[in-house]
Design a protein around this ligand. Structure first.
Ligand code: GUN
Length: 281
């Protein structure tokens, strides 16, 4: 029988844990504050940011919104980041991506203090992850580790194939799965015979952004399938990178879209905001 990995339920548990930690900090007179910077009018980003703010409210984290117009210059945005870095009341800073084309996103992400970088995108945190020292972990990969652990799935010694090599998901996912002692392959658009490589996986993690690309041809029977995709199908309906209907009958366990990886990203962001309090000291 295929096990559906319920990201909505597990993310709810994590948010409840965070809520308790936030309340305990409040008793000690400490307020957790996340600054959320949104530049421009990207409708998808507006939805993501709204969800993040809603979760902050649920957990008792103060969210401070900085909404800037599309034509904001890179220098002006860097100035906002600098002010937030220097503001002792702000524990976490999140600059929603993508940024408008005229802004160098890498430069902006590098400008965020690594001690407030709750997205885990700063090179210092990326480096910390790769050598296994304390630092913020990128939220989606960290959320997938929690999904696996809380579903009783042990990655040790198992073949893990990650498809996608982005800085946000694929690469940090590889590092985290290595730390779980999995044997890791990171496949991508230039990989030869991707279905054959994907079929090696005991744990298959897809992060390519292509609606329903992964049919059962890519999946070994009994494999754990983790779908990071957030796409629209031909009818405009939300769907993942995995063709869920096709893969479900042969998978051992699978994350749905929506309700799988997505809510975990936000839950881990909340967790990072609380962890920021200790890292800010
Ligand atoms: N855009 C898409 N995913 C993310 C994310 O995890 N963090 C930020 N800041 N922007 C994103």
């Amino acid at each position: 029988m295929t096990n559906i990995i319920d990201g909505k339920k597990i993310s709810g548990e994590i948010k409840d844990e965070v809520k308790e930690q936030v309340a305990a900090l409040k008793e000690k007179g400490v307020t957790v504050t996340l600054a959320v910077v949104l530049v421009g009018n990207d409708p998808a980003s507006a939805v993501y940011v709204r969800n993040k703010k809603k979760s902050c409210e649920y957990c008792g984290i103060v969210s401070r919104s900085i909404d800037l117009p599309e034509e904001t210059t890179e220098e002006a945005l860097l100035d906002v980041v600098k002010q937030l870095n220097e503001d002792p009341a702000v524990n976490g800073i999140l600059v929603q991506l993508p940024l408008p084309k005229h802004i160098d996103a890498d430069r902006v992400l590098r400008a965020i203090s690594p001690y407030k970088d709750v997205d885990g995108f700063h090179p210092q945190n990326v480096g910390a992850l790769s050598i296994g020292i304390d630092g913020f972990r990128s939220c989606t990969p960290a959320g997938i580790i929690e999904l696996l652990k809380r579903s009783g799935i042990n990655a040790e010694g198992r073949e893990c194939v990650i498809v996608g090599r982005s800085n946000i998901v694929g690469k940090p996912m590889g590092m985290l799965m290595l730390r779980e002692n999995a044997t890791v392959t990171i496949a991508h658009s230039r990989t030869k015979d991707l279905p054959a490589v994907a079929r090696r996986a005991d744990i298959l993690i897809t992060a390519v952004g292509k609606a329903k690309m992964f049919t059962r041809d890519y999946v070994k029977p009994g494999a754990v399938v983790i779908d990071c995709g957030m796409n629209r199908d031909e009818n405009g309906k939300l769907c993942g990178d995995v063709d869920y209907e096709d893969v479900f009958p042969i998978a051992g366990a699978i994350t749905p879209v929506p309700g799988g990886v997505g809510p975990m990203t936000v839950a881990m962001l909340m967790k990072n905001c609380v962890d920021a309090i200790a890292l800010n000291q």
